[in-house]
Design a protein around this ligand. Structure first.
Ligand SMILES: Nc1ncnc2c1ncn2[C@@H]1O[C@H](COS(=O)(=O)NC(=O)[C@@H](N)CS)[C@@H](O)[C@H]1O
Length: 483
């Protein structure tokens, strides 16, 4: 049998030059031109999801729901209003969010002070108190995918830093003790790895330093990715909250020995920022490539028609689309008569459709089709008999290539430094630098200051006490000869 797939155009991926210029200018161009999201809505930090964007978002939500529903989480829906007296109970939490809450200024009962949830720990705790009586009610794990509201003081940025976070998946869990709560933390980290792996987003996992953890948390584990301009983006966080919230909300459970104990809680969140990361990381000068698992259209059929053979070509195109649909591929035929094939190629590349199927008169005669990959731009000629297998094989290769090349780029952005000079040089080259740290906070802050950089935290694949290396005194030069 002849090789079912003949390579007819070698790989020559689109350049990524425009992303290196002004990344956010490119990103806003993509959102507008690919009709994903409209940033013209006249409220600061609030934006519109257009139909194509909504389809991408629903696919991401489906992955998030599946991974939560299959690991013991129950989906709930809480009110958007939180009484201020609830919100202000946990001192660290209120300090961390006070300046960012939206207030309901009218419509509440006389004197009732309501805020719009910035996150829902203080909305859920009073209900956990009602739902949890004894150890048999634990562990409790709920999640919701809702809008939350933060009057971000920093500059807002479409889909990345918004004031109505409209795809905020927040999970909240309660446990009998720290050990079980930390089991949940490890489960949450694993769920986030799976979500980002599906989105082909590479990540660094670190435990945030004390001075940069979530307000009210005992500790925060964060997923960061690295954008083409070298900036890091926090795309998900997992918090162990200890009994900080259960104490102030008096959420206890009856133990078998008759004593009452405070529950230990966790919370973990991800938002539309992860979709922004996916679109940017797989972006290029012609648009983006949406990983097949999340692509609203996985294969777009473009009939190549010049003149009278329209009927034969369109019949072949419909038959190819039907066969692929029947095999579970999300496929679309672009049969617009007022657009040329070239225009259509550009249009669907912009929207990130991972695979294009071209069918012309010659293909009909030879009973073959042309498959064009969006990521490498390679083109193959495939016999109709091999259609479904070839399409599925290529979609798998595209996903694998997107993931691997994104990880390669991330790994090449992180270097270890053994001296202050090395660290400074690497930072100057836009790298992420890993330096040994004693774990002492003052030292950590001093390292930030000396290097004029913000610490992401302790790499999670390293033990918590990352001490070691002679840079541990870096931040405390008075204790040691300076460099
Ligand atoms: N203004 C924002 N716009 C878009 N995404 C945001 C914004 N603020 C936070 N996020 C995303 O939401 C995730 C969770 O937010 S958080 O503040 O870190 N954590 C919480 O709110 C916890 N209650 C867990 S649900 C962050 O990791 C970040 O990826």
């Amino acid at each position: 049998m002849t090789n079912p797939m003949q390579l007819i155009r070698a790989a020559r991926p689109h350049p990524r030059e425009k992303l290196k210029g002004n990344l956010m200018e490119w990103f806003h161009w993509l959102l507008r031109e690919a009709e994903i999201y409209d940033i013209r809505y006249p409220v600061k930090g609030a934006f519109v999801w257009r139909p194509y964007g909504m389809k991408i978002r629903r696919n991401v939500e489906a992955v998030i729901r599946e991974l939560h529903d299959s690991t013991g989480h129950q989906e709930v829906l809480f009110p958007v209003f939180i009484p201020y007296e609830f919100f202000s109970k946990e001192s660290q939490h209120i300090r961390g969010f006070e300046s960012e809450v939206f207030w309901v200024s009218k419509g509440g009962e006389a004197g009732e002070r309501l805020i719009l949830r910035p996150t829902s720990e203080t909305a859920m705790m009073p209900m956990f108190k009602l739902w949890i009586q004894d150890h048999r009610d634990l562990p409790l794990a709920v999640y919701q995918i809702v809008s939350v509201f933060r009057a971000e003081t920093k500059m807002t940025n479409p889909m990345i830093r918004v004031r109505e976070i409209s795809m905020f998946k927040e999970a909240h869990t309660a446990h009998a003790d720290r050990e079980d709560a930390e089991r949940q933390v490890r489960l949450a980290v694993d769920i986030y790895k799976k979500i980002f792996d599906k989105m082909c987003i590479p990540y660094l996992i670190s435990q945030r330093p004390e001075w940069d953890k979530f307000a009210g948390a005992v500790y925060t584990i964060a997923f960061d990715t690295i954008l083409p301009d070298g900036r890091t983006l926090q795309i998900g966080t997992v918090h162990y909250l200890g009994t900080n919230f259960s104490k102030v909300f008096e959420v206890t459970y009856l133990r078998p020995d008759g004593s009452h104990e405070y529950v230990h809680t966790t919370s973990y969140g991800i938002s539309e920022r992860s979709i922004a990361a996916m679109l940017i990381i797989h972006g290029d000068d012609a648009g983006t490539t949406i990983p097949p698992a999340l692509a609203p259209i996985q294969a777009v059929v473009v009939p190549i028609i010049y003149g009278e053979e329209r009927k034969a070509v369109m019949e072949a195109a419909s038959s190819v689309a039907e066969r692929l649909r029947a095999s579970g591929v999300r496929v679309h035929i672009d049969d617009r008569e007022d657009k040329t094939p070239g225009w259509k190629f550009y249009y669907w590349e912009l929207k990130g459709v991972p695979l294009r199927i071209e069918i012309g008169k010659r293909d009909v005669e030879q009973r073959s089709v042309v498959l064009a990959r969006r990521d490498t731009l390679e083109k193959y000629s495939v016999g109709l008999d091999e259609l479904e297998d070839a399409v599925k094989k290529l979609l798998g290769e595209i996903e694998e290539n997107l993931r691997r090349s994104a990880w390669d780029r991330l790994r090449s952005s992180v270097v270890k430094a053994e001296s202050l000079e090395e660290a400074r040089k690497a930072l100057g080259e836009g790298k992420i630098v890993e330096v040994p740290w004693s774990g002492d906070n003052d030292c950590g802050l001093k390292i930030d200051e000396l290097l004029q950089a913000d610490a992401l935290g302790i790499p999670m694949d390293a033990p918590a006490d990352v001490g070691g290396g002679d840079l541990r005194d870096l931040a405390c030069p008075d204790k040691k000869a300076s460099y």
